[in-house]
Design a protein around this ligand. Structure first.
Ligand code: TYD
Ligand code: MG
Length: 454
């Protein structure tokens, strides 16, 4: 009898060990290491098939490979396509992550019902019953005639059914409830997630269909069993958005076929997720009278500019250690900006509580927001509102210098398009030609910017 191979795998981070131990040396979690049987799983693997005949693998020069094999197809939603890098690539595996209730199932059901009109499509639901999904589709008035539905959690069953109807696109909702018989641990554990994803991926690559896996994120915002999936999949996308906001953003984190950091914007409505094709207009719905501490900035998202509002509140603190809170921005960046403001702007807010918020539940990951954050802080501290038609962008250096940011002309054009009249930007981003109705003030130092606002 062949010897049964086993491995010890941490359920938290997926690290492998030769022996059992109480604490994982990688992630330092206790009691998370479990024994996993490997023998059966690898015996079934189809990857050894080619060795007997050597016919299934082909050797070719890079420039001889037929590129026509990869015609992308559209998801039917422009915002979704944008994040995918121009649509689905046949044979690729896409992971869509997000918090429970973000709208993953909703957006995929909408997409799949539309795609089923043209392609063979299969929706596997492991979490909701078929009735629940059907009720939702009916309520959203989606075309229901052509989408194949399967309620299953066993990967073997899914592959068996898929082999019969040969779908062009499969959704598996969600990977955390899937299991393969060869692995003994519970669904949702790292080894189950890894083996299930690997088996489904193998099927997708062989059949040339698109596989979409749904994954839940854990409390700290990472995908459950994340590291084990990252290298299997071709494209990882997160659906983000806070519960109190209608807006959802779809952001690429890894993409083998296109750029990452593209942003797709959706709004959650009674009719499901709707695309927002002009996000700037939505994020900029401001009251007629602008309060102090509010500034509009232009961030660069993938291939387009986006106008956002950032708000700051500076208030005298009753604590010995005043609070510094950043929502939608990086905390460390805020601390750095406060230090620069003190040292190079001469503004003393060491004894004040400071809160900064990016409006609309968006996450700003760009340094071009620096100058706008600083001006918002000063505006709130002095309790003097800034003009409504002012827009600001620029990176702030530790010496108090204002540094240029990429794509300056496009940012300015977007601001002009939305009716802004005045812009404060780094000298390096000075426009070559005059922009219609937009007065551009260029600044070199923080002190100049502080002078320019009042
Ligand atoms: P869902 O797609 O089930 O989330 P996930 O699969 O990511 O866990 O979305 C559920 C949420 O979306 C729920 O909180 C209600 C909201 N929602 C709407 O506001 N309108 C709708 O038409 C639908 C279908 C859901
Ligand atoms: Mg769901």
């Amino acid at each position: 009898m062949a010897k049964q191979k086993t491995a010890f795998v941490c359920n938290e981070c997926g690290a492998d060990y030769a022996k059992w131990q109480g604490q994982c040396s990688e992630c330092h979690a206790w009691n998370t290491i479990v024994e996993v049987r490997l023998g059966a799983a690898s015996k079934k693997s189809t990857s050894f098939k080619g060795y007997s005949g050597g016919a299934s693998s082909t050797l070719a020069k890079l420039n001889e490979i037929d590129l026509a094999e990869l015609p992308r197809f559209s998801s039917g939603m422009e915002e979704f396509d944008r994040v995918l890098g121009g649509g689905f690539v046949p044979g690729s595996v896409v992971l869509i992550g997000g918090h429970p209730g973000a709208g993953k199932s909703t957006v995929l059901l909408q997409t799949m019902c539309q795609l089923a009109e043209t392609y063979e499509a299969l929706y596997v639901t492991g979490e909701e019953s078929l009735q629940q999904v059907a009720m939702r589709a009916q309520r959203l008035a989606l075309p229901m005639g052509n989408l194949s539905m399967l309620s299953a959690t066993a990967v073997e069953e899914i592959v068996l059914q898929a082999e019969q109807i040969k779908p062009t696109i499969i959704v598996v909702d969600s990977i955390q409830v899937m299991h393969v018989a060869d692995v003994t641990s519970a669904p949702g554990s790292v080894s189950q997630v890894r083996e299930s994803a690997a088996s489904l991926t193998r099927y997708a690559k062989e059949s040339g269909g698109v596989l979409i896996l749904v994954g839940h994120v854990t409390k700290d915002g990472s995908l459950a069993g994340p590291k084990v999936l990252e290298h299997i999949i071709d494209c990882s996308i997160m659906l983000e958005g806070s519960h109190d906001s209608r807006f959802r953003t779809l952001r690429g984190h890894k993409n083998r076929f296109g750029p990452v950091n593209e942003l797709g914007v959706f709004a959650m409505t009674e009719q499901g997720l709707k695309e927002v094709s002009n996000p700037s207009a939505i994020f900029l719905q401001r009251a007629d009278e602008v309060a102090s501490g509010s500034v509009v900035l232009v961030v660069w998202e993938g291939t387009r500019p986006l106008l956002l509002e950032v708000q700051a509140l500076v208030d005298s603190s009753s604590l010995g250690n005043p609070r510094r809170v950043a929502v939608g921005l990086e905390q460390n960046r805020l601390s750095m900006l406060l230090a620069v403001l003190h040292r190079h702007g001469g503004v003393m807010i060491g004894d004040q509580d400071v809160f900064v918020n990016a409006v609309g539940g968006v996450k700003i990951v760009e340094t071009s927001a620096d100058l706008a954050v600083l001006l918002a802080l000063v505006s709130s501290f002095r309790d003097r509102p800034l003009p409504r038609e002012l827009v600001v962008f620029g990176e702030v250096g530790l010496a108090g210098e204002i540094r240029p940011v990429p794509s300056g002309p496009e940012r300015l054009r977007e601001a002009a398009k939305h009716g802004f009249r005045r812009a404060i930007v780094p000298v390096g981003n000075a426009p070559r030609e005059q922009l219609d109705g937009l007065e551009v003030v260029t600044v070199k130092k923080l002190a100049e910017a502080l002078e320019a606002i009042y």
